[in-house]
Design a protein. Structure first.
Length: 343
């Protein structure tokens, strides 16, 4: 593909798709940012309070996908108890629940892909995907977020003349493009199983809904524990219950990138579309899974539509530790896998 836009047309399009901010190498002032001092607002708006307490005065709002510099991290006695961390920012304090800590990292782009299918992760706060059709040309599609994962199937010349990765959506079977520098390609060794010497039947997972914890065992020895967010106890009328089901299960499907949502083609970040949900391990027939989470940092309380929300790095560890063992080019790996007990 070699479809060109003039610079004016490209900037107009990106302005429509991203508003005031497009993560591209020309935004030099942001290139020194690190994970230690940036957060992204993940919901329609969050309040900036005068003190690290939701009982203090609200000074103003920050809105979806705004980036905010963090001056300090504060553990507040005002809570909430399950997640007492607040960030001191310009003008006050933001509770971390509806934010994501992010960094900006640009990546080298190979002359060609090492294999026909390569998993990659987004390493900027967000990147705007564009889809080309003959009828409409380049149009904004999904906004892809930090730590989400996506299947790269090609390298093409983008609308600005630079290399863009061609991504394939595993749910909708369609392709779209993002700037290649915004994604890091995973190496095969990053999929290596964890503790492969432990017999598969000795590995098992306990999820406590009451404590909102996940514990991994090898035999009777706990080897990992973390806070999670399980399903909400109430769901809208007429919908499948959102509460995470209790009982004994086994992981039966693993997907390192999963498009969750309603399956619509949309450029509106307010719509319920979550492409690239990372490190997904399904263990219950209605679609309940462990997976990484890029839309909140509020572990320790129910927040999901039934799944077990985890920090992305921890979900990746779980993906590698559990069975069935999945390789670097497995879009989906099925099999009778690790036992899961939900109590």
């Amino acid at each position: 593909m070699s479809i060109r836009l003039s610079r004016r047309e490209f900037l107009r399009l990106m302005g429509l798709g991203l508003g005031a901010l497009a993560f591209y190498p020309s935004v030099g002032v942001l290139q020194d940012a690190t994970q230690e001092d940036l957060l992204r607002v993940t919901v329609r708006s969050v309040s900036v309070y005068s003190q690290p307490s939701d009982q203090s005065r609200i000074r103003f709002q920050r809105y979806r996908d705004e980036l905010v510099n963090i001056y300090a991290e504060v553990e507040s006695e005002a809570g909430p108890a399950h997640n007492p961390v607040w960030y001191r920012v310009w003008g006050g304090y933001i509770h971390r629940a509806n934010t994501q800590r992010v960094r900006i990292q640009y990546n080298p782009v190979p002359a060609e892909l090492p294999t026909a299918l390569v998993l990659a992760e987004v390493t900027v706060p967000f990147t705007q995907a564009l889809r080309y059709t003959r009828a409409q040309g380049w149009q904004p599609l999904y906004r892809l977020y930090y730590e989400s994962t996506h299947w790269v199937v090609g390298i093409d010349e983008g609308p600005d003349g630079s290399p863009w990765y061609r991504l394939k959506d595993e749910l909708l079977e369609l392709e779209y493009h993002v700037p290649a520098v915004h994604l890091r390609l995973f190496k095969p060794e990053e999929f290596a199983p964890i503790s492969p010497e432990v017999p598969a039947h000795q590995k098992w997972i306990e999820v406590s809904i009451a404590r909102q914890t996940l514990t991994c065992y090898e035999g009777e020895t706990p080897v990992f524990q973390t806070k999670i967010s399980s399903g909400l106890f109430r769901s809208p009328p007429g919908e499948i219950p959102w509460e995470t089901p209790k009982g004994e299960f086994n992981i039966f499907s693993k997907m390192p990138s999963k498009h969750m949502g309603e399956g619509r083609l949309t450029g509106n970040p307010e719509d319920y579309e979550l492409p690239g949900v990372p490190w997904t391990c399904f263990f219950e027939a209605t679609g309940v899974a462990f997976h990484g989470t890029y839309w909140h940092t509020d572990f320790g309380t129910p927040r999901s539509h039934g799944c077990i929300n985890m920090r992305t790095a921890e979900a990746r560890w779980l993906y590698r530790w559990t069975t069935p063992v999945a390789g670097p080019e497995d879009i989906e790996k099925r099999g009778y896998g690790t036992r899961v007990v939900v109590i």
